[in-house]
Design a protein around this ligand. Structure first.
Ligand code: C2E
Ligand code: CA
Ligand code: CA
Ligand code: CA
Length: 274
């Protein structure tokens, strides 16, 4: 079976060129997708667990390609990061998200994902300020979600940018919390207003050990004065546990799936009682 495996490997070697070709085609399609307006944003509601009120929404990018159909962000964002397109794409998302939020009740916050490449690009803070000014949305309504990869190289530039944004009143959320190498270390070194517990923890919250970890993160957040949001909440059971543990916010299919900007407003009117 071993030699068979080796043969297979050899057999598929020419296929690696095909992979490169497929990749190049994707990169080319992505590049034209922005001017062709193939990108869109969906918004997923975020609920305050105690009050049951929707307090904001996260913007999630969608690519509707005429040839590929709808492509999930996990399949194109890494490519856009490598080609550098993410800088323009991210700027577009920021503007689009702020424009949508301008039409929402003023209590609703808008959360936008920011890639490491984007945050490190020159003029990022300026673009954020410009998107806010153009939409008329106050900085206090904007949350920027960053992952640990942003903080990994501990550059002084990143720290400076984060401080500058926070001084304006923008909130910084640490996304996918608990999945990285040094989640706690980052909390100590970087200014963060919010922690989003990765949905893998919520999925396994029925497990005793995982439940203990989640409870500890929630406790940590409250000690540090950091809002804790649970991601990927899909069941009443998960929400009940989170409520008992004092988790502040929840996001997930149970509360609402990602949907069009106007549906968020409709959701607000039909007071959710979960
Ligand atoms: P994320 O920031 O962790 O976003 C949450 C993901 O979980 C979204 O996937 C959302 O649709 C999904 N989700 C929400 N609730 C549930 C649930 O109850 N169960 C399950 N199984 N999944 C749930 P999506 O939209 O496919 O986005 C994937 C990732 O792509 C995002 O993960 C984020 O890292 C990235 N992304 C999306 N939009 C942007 C963007 O505008 N800019 C950047 N840089 N990254 C983005
Ligand atoms: Ca996010
Ligand atoms: Ca996340
Ligand atoms: Ca993620």
């Amino acid at each position: 079976a071993k030699s068979e495996g080796r043969n297979l490997y050899r057999f598929f070697e020419p296929g690696m060129d095909a992979t490169v070709q497929t990749r190049r085609a994707l990169e080319a399609d992505l590049e034209t997708a922005l001017p062709r307006q193939e990108f869109d944003l969906d918004f997923q509601p975020i609920m305050n667990i105690e009050s049951g009120e929707i307090v904001g929404a996260e913007a999630l990018m969608r690519w509707h390609s005429p040839t590929r159909g709808t492509v999930a962000p996990d399949n194109f964002i890494p490519v856009a990061e490598e080609t550098g397109l993410i800088v323009r794409l991210g700027e577009w998302a920021l503007r689009k998200a702020c424009a949508a939020a301008a039409g929402w009740p003023s209590a609703l916050r808008i959360a936008v994902n920011v890639s490491a490449v984007q945050l490190k690009s020159s003029g990022f803070a300026r673009n954020v300020i410009s998107a806010l000014a153009f939409s008329g949305v106050p900085a206090s309504r904007l949350e920027l979600e960053i992952t640990e990869t942003v903080l990994m190289d501990e550059s002084e530039t990143v720290l400076k940018t984060l401080r500058q944004l926070r001084e304006l009143g923008i909130r910084i959320a640490l996304d996918d919390f608990g999945t990285g190498y040094s989640s706690l270390g980052y909390l100590r070194r970087f200014p963060v207003d919010k922690i989003k517990i990765d949905r893998s923890f919520i999925r396994d919250i029925g497990n005793r050990d995982t439940a203990a970890i989640v409870r500890t993160i929630i406790g940590l957040g409250s000690e540090l004065g950091i809002t804790v949001t649970a991601e990927g909440v899909e069941t009443e059971m998960q929400l009940d546990i989170l409520r008992k543990d004092g988790c502040v916010e929840a996001q997930g299919y149970l509360i609402g799936v990602p949907s069009k900007a106007t549906d968020i407003v409709r959701l607000l009117k039909t007071t959710v009682a979960v």
